[in-house]
Write a protein that binds this ligand. Structure first.
Ligand SMILES: CC(C)(COP(=O)(O)OP(=O)(O)OC[C@H]1O[C@@H](n2cnc3c(N)ncnc32)[C@H](O)[C@@H]1OP(=O)(O)O)[C@@H](O)C(=O)NCCC(=O)NCCS
Length: 153
């Protein structure tokens, strides 16, 4: 019987200015593997970073007060919600519950500062849609080839 080593998972929230160069390098590598292109974070963003032991394995951008490209036709032009974007888990660590863990952490983090979270998902990404629905999001509208999902309270 082999001993199973427990590897702690930790989540950090940083302003984009506090993300180290090394962390950003790892984030950009995982983003290329996940989205097939480079990503950027806006200067107003916080970044949620998930560590599995010493290894950075997941990230997510959060922007309070500006839903940017996820604004739907029927949304008030001044709507002030949290916008979540650039969310990925490193491929070898998927389907183990880490994505759900990050979403739950993010919801707790923003719930006193706003009353709605918006995010976008490509219309050919049913796995991500299922995860969002499981975490309490619902489809709000379509913007081009993407769906806007929301959670409000
Ligand atoms: C979308 C994404 C972030 C989800 O992260 P994840 O860590 O794989 O998600 P989770 O493991 O929390 O949940 C995925 C599934 O695994 C299941 N799961 C949870 N714990 C599990 C475990 N211990 N063992 C096996 N499966 C588990 C979940 O129930 C869920 O099942 P479902 O397919 O029935 O919904 C990840 O797939 C990803 O990075 N994709 C590429 C980038 C992307 O599409 N980002 C989202 C853009 S909108």
């Amino acid at each position: 019987m082999g001993n199973r080593v427990f590897i702690p998972t930790t989540i950090q929230i940083k302003s984009i200015f506090d993300v180290t160069n090394f962390e950003m390098k790892v984030i950009k590598r995982i983003a290329r593997q996940s989205f097939g292109h480079n990503i950027d974070f806006s200067s107003k963003s916080d970044v949620l970073i998930l560590y599995h032991g010493p290894e950075l394995i997941g990230f997510m951008g959060i922007e309070l007060w500006d839903v940017g490209v996820s604004r739907c036709d029927n949304d008030h032009p001044d709507s002030e919600y949290a916008f979540v974007y650039n969310f990925a888990i490193s491929p070898p660590f998927r389907n183990k519950g880490f994505g759900k863990k990050m979403l739950r952490y993010m919801i707790n983090h923003v719930k006193n500062d706003c009353n709605r979270i918006q995010l976008m998902v490509d219309n050919d990404n049913p796995d991500a849609e299922r995860l969002y629905k499981k975490c309490g999001f619902r489809k709000h509208c379509e913007v081009g080839e993407r769906y806007v999902y929301i959670m409000d309270w």
